[in-house]
Design a protein. Structure first.
Length: 85
């Protein structure tokens, strides 16, 4: 199943913040369905509750890395696209 993209969020990050697409990282979702639709597959619920609020997620395949961006020269940049988030 292909993942969805929030067109409003994408437009804001591209135009207002000029963040290259290769650095777009989803950091929040409204609910479990949004996680599955936009971010990746929920592997484990980390906090009990109703509704649960913390999950271990296997993130979708990231966009290609643009090696022309200096950020990718930093060893710590690998955190951006860790598959398990």
């Amino acid at each position: 199943m292909p993942f969805l993209t929030d067109p409003v969020a994408k437009e804001i990050v591209l135009t207002r913040w000029a963040l290259p697409e290769g650095l777009h990282v989803p950091i929040a979702a409204a609910d479990e369905a949004a996680i599955r639709n936009y971010i990746g597959e929920i592997e484990q619920v980390l906090s009990a509750g109703s509704p649960p609020k913390a999950f271990l997620v296997n993130a979708k395949e990231p966009p290609p890395i643009d090696l022309r961006l200096p950020i990718w020269q930093l060893a710590t940049s690998s955190v951006f696209f860790q598959r398990r988030q």
